[in-house]
Design a protein around this ligand. Structure first.
Ligand code: TYD
Length: 141
């Protein structure tokens, strides 16, 4: 995975009745979940996302079906296939993301560390690159 993105794997509690995954803040993920949303009924040719966040951190899990997530930290990019309910990706701040190749049955669950705020979004890719470059330069000092 590129820096700024981590793979996460959740424990599955399974028995003859089926499977269950529990996600607890402070135990399975290191932030307090302040918001949950899910994306479904998305056409196969649709691209969602196309933005970065200034501070927000989130975990994406495809709990049904599959989709791809293109992640870009300003110097590296990668396309990750999400197709399992027990695996996801942790996307840190200042990572550009695009969600694509949705299967008909895809349900993409997103766990977020803060409430919805349009102020935290960067929608312009070039602006994202400048902000990410400035952040990298500051870290290098
Ligand atoms: P949008 O940001 O376009 O979704 P994505 O980036 O995942 O493609 O969101 C679609 C609509 O839903 C838009 O009107 C904003 C609204 N929305 C909320 O009200 N709350 C939320 O937490 C999110 C993610 C979106």
């Amino acid at each position: 995975m590129i820096s700024g993105v981590d793979e996460v794997v959740f424990s599955v509690h399974g028995d003859d009745r089926g499977k269950l995954i529990a996600i607890e803040s402070g135990k399975d993920i290191d932030f307090d979940i302040r918001r949950v949303y899910y994306i479904y009924d998305t056409g196969a040719d649709v691209i969602r996302g196309r933005h970065a966040h200034i501070d927000l951190r989130q975990i994406m899990i495809c709990v049904s079906g599959s989709c791809e997530v293109l992640v870009d930290n300003g110097t590296q990019r990668e396309t990750v296939l999400l197709n399992a309910p027990d695996r996801g990706i942790f996307i840190h701040a200042l990572v550009w993301r695009e969600m694509l190749s949705f299967s008909r049955d895809c349900v993409l669950l997103v766990l977020v560390d803060r409430l919805y705020s349009r102020e935290d979004y960067i929608f312009d890719y070039n602006e994202f690159r400048s902000v990410a470059d400035a952040e990298r330069n500051e870290e290098a000092l």
